[in-house]
Structure formats: structure tokens, C-alpha cells
Write a protein that binds this ligand. Structure first.
Ligand SMILES: [Zn+2]
Length: 186
């Protein structure tokens, strides 16, 4: 059995289970008000937010890239996400508070690129002279920098709560770096 067959067999079991438990979510607009968080995390296979935060299906939108960084590319996707919400005429977390969680981690692969200035400057679409602001080698500082970048995005609702965390791959524990607070003073 090849690996893809293994994955497809797992999916078959999943589909049967979900259908039997009536937990499938066929319509996005009906689900949007129940979404509690948007989580920005790293693509590293060790740091899947669904696992380490024990997310329930439908609980959070997870966006992952290299380093879990707030790049122009990520902001563009956020803007598309906002449009999907608008078109669906539903507000994420419509029945309560909504969180943006920036989740970085220790031993992140992006720290090994810290000396590759041109590559990183291209990723962040900034001049290499400004790379220090992105604190690529230090996850605590990087989380704080990305929270600050998101706070400065006027399109994001002021009352949304934002926080920054660092997951320790050695202990399995998430450390709060920036406690949850509204994006901007309402
Ligand atoms: Zn990483």
C-alpha cells in the first residue's frame, strides 16, 4: 500500500465517522459566526495548531507559512478572507469575541535563514537594511513585531483581540509573549 492509499483510507474512515455523527459542515455562511479565532502559525510539521491547541473542527481559521510571519502575502490572504466574510454576510465570531493569535515557535527553521538577507527581504518585501525589525532569529521579538504589524492594519476590526505566543517544541508548552488585548483602542 502506498502512502497516498494510506491517506485515502484514513479519509474514508473520517468521512464515515463524520457523516454518522452528523458533524460535517456543508455550508460556510452558517459556520462563520461560530469561528472563534484566526491563528497565524508556522508551516513546520511539529507545530500544527489543530494538535497543540486541540482545536475542534470549525473552531478556528489557521493560516500557516514559513515562520508564521505576517508578510505582505499573508496580509493579502487576510484581505481575501475578509471579503469571503463580507460576501457571506456573516461576521467571524459574531456571537462573541474574536481572537487573532500569532503563534511562533522555538527551533524554527526560519532562524537558519537569518543570514540570507536577500531571501528574507524578498519574503517580507522590505529593504535588507530593515530586516532587523523582523527579528528573524528571535521568536519572542518576532511575535511582538508581527502583532505590531497586524495592529497597524486599519481594515481589521478594532475590537478583535490580538495576542502573541511562542510554542516550545521541547516542552510542548505555549508561552504568552503578548497578552490578548483589542487590536486598537475602540
Ligand atoms: Zn517554524
Amino acid at each position: 500500500m502506498s502512502y497516498i492509499d494510506t491517506l485515502l483510507a484514513r479519509n474514508e474512515a473520517f468521512a464515515h465517522e463524520q457523516a454518522a455523527a452528523n458533524t460535517l459542515m456543508p455550508s460556510l455562511p452558517e459556520q462563520l459566526p461560530h469561528v472563534k479565532a484566526l491563528i497565524v502559525g508556522c508551516a513546520d510539521m511539529r507545530v500544527d495548531p489543530a494538535q497543540l491547541l486541540q482545536l475542534q473542527p470549525g473552531e478556528a481559521v489557521v493560516m500557516r507559512n514559513i515562520g508564521g510571519r505576517v508578510t505582505p502575502g499573508l496580509l493579502q490572504q487576510l484581505s481575501l478572507l475578509g471579503r469571503i466574510g463580507d460576501v457571506s454576510q456573516a461576521t467571524p465570531g459574531g456571537d462573541g469575541e474574536f481572537h487573532i493569535v500569532v503563534l511562533h515557535h522555538t527551533d524554527c527553521g526560519i532562524t537558519r535563514l537569518a543570514d540570507d538577507h536577500d531571501l528574507l527581504a524578498g519574503y517580507f518585501e522590505i529593504d535588507t537594511l530593515n530586516l532587523a525589525e523582523k527579528a528573524v532569529a528571535d521568536p519572542d521579538l518576532a511575535v511582538a513585531a508581527d502583532v505590531a504589524t497586524l495592529r497597524a492594519v486599519p481594515a481589521l476590526p478594532a475590537q478583535w483581540l490580538i495576542s502573541g505566543q511562542v510554542y516550545d517544541v521541547a516542552t510542548g508548552t505555549v508561552r504568552v509573549i503578548v497578552p490578548a488585548a483589542p487590536l486598537r483602542a475602540c
